[in-house]
Design a protein around this ligand. Structure first.
Ligand code: AMP
Ligand code: ZN
Length: 137
């Protein structure tokens, strides 16, 4: 299913031109227009799913396999020193385009990016309470 109001549906299905580095029947992979680093790209499913909660498990698995393949290729071709694979879900997590996508971000020593979180601290009781909440039926 495509969403007629979704820009990533249009890009993924070729209605809007993009710099495409990979395409098959399920996905188009494009260069991000606001790249965090040299080579930052996005895996876009051709079908519309807003996020990880909505995308079918098999398609998410195919996206993960493709991410691994492209990370290896891009690392070699671009001479990257490392790689971040990031996938944001909902505004609270930084998602700005509500069409599932996977960020492929080659990393370079001293590339000036800060794609990590601030480490926190938490009392042991609170850790236990969270764990029990997740484990509860
Ligand atoms: P997110 O914040 O995870 O939803 O990521 C959205 C990403 O899409 C950002 O990195 C944007 O730079 C990128 N982006 C937005 N519009 C376009 C576009 N038309 N073509 C390529 N990348 C885009
Ligand atoms: Zn879409």
């Amino acid at each position: 299913m495509k969403d007629p109001n979704c820009i990533f549906c249009k890009i993924a299905n070729g209605e809007i031109p993009s710099r495409t580095l990979y395409e098959d029947e399920k996905f188009r992979v494009i260069m991000d227009l606001g790249p965090a680093t040299r080579g930052h790209s996005l895996i876009l499913p051709k079908e519309h799913y807003a996020n990880l909660y909505e995308i079918p498990e098999d398609l998410a698995a195919d996206a993960a396999k493709l991410a691994k393949k492209l990370a290896i290729r891009m690392t070699e071709k671009l001479g990257a020193d490392g790689f971040n694979i990031i996938q944001n879900n909902n505004e609270a997590a930084g998602q700005t385009v509500p069409h599932y996508h996977v960020h492929l971000i080659p990393r370079y020593q001293n590339d000036g990016q800060h794609i990590l979180w601030n480490p926190g601290e938490m009392p042991a009781e609170e850790m236990d309470e969270i764990l029990n909440t997740i484990l509860a039926d």
